[in-house]
Write a protein that binds this ligand. Sequence first.
Ligand SMILES: Cc1cc2nc3c(=O)[nH]c(=O)nc-3n(C[C@H](O)[C@H](O)[C@H](O)COP(=O)(O)O)c2cc1C
Length: 169
Amino acid sequence: MDALDCLMTRRSIRKFTKEPVDPELIQAALAAAMAAPSAGNARPWHFVLTTDRALLDRVPDFHPYAAMTRQAQAAILVCAEPALEKYPGYWPIDCAAATENLLLALHAQGLGAVWTGVYPDQPRVEGFRKLLGIPGTIIPHSFVPLGHPDMPSGRVDRFQAERIHRESW
Ligand SMILES: Cc1cc2nc3c(=O)[nH]c(=O)nc-3n(C[C@H](O)[C@H](O)[C@H](O)COP(=O)(O)O)c2cc1C
């Protein structure tokens, strides 16, 4: 799959088979996440990888839109350590770039995943803090359940010519 195909065919996958995920594929996706751009190249991120069924099953208790986690074979919580920033305030954007790289790398390797929003929703931030023992200096940003896809997905066209403003607005 070339890069543009990967971008255009990535879809949120919310149904997963029971097939375990090769840890090497997850490792490659984490490397891709860490290759994302960040303000001042500060890379203010951490990743909490969870495959523990009991932990995964508890996520929907505090995240109302993460029921698919009960089917996922693994999940990655993308977190920020704002103290690592060079230019304060950019960490949510940096972590979003890392999350998107993560999704694309999983898709490129034939896996499925979905970005579930965490920050700035405080009950979800606190829920992950408690569940996964995240220290107070670290902020949970996004949560990505993943596995082998068990639902169809494909290319969608969301091109909107009117959103492109040439030379000036
Ligand atoms: C910041 C953010 C938060 C999201 N939160 C959730 C979520 O909590 N649960 C969920 O099922 N999908 C979530 N999504 C996925 C979107 O619903 C999905 O990306 C969108 O509908 C477009 O579909 P696609 O990803 O298949 O292209 C989130 C996406 C983003 C970028």
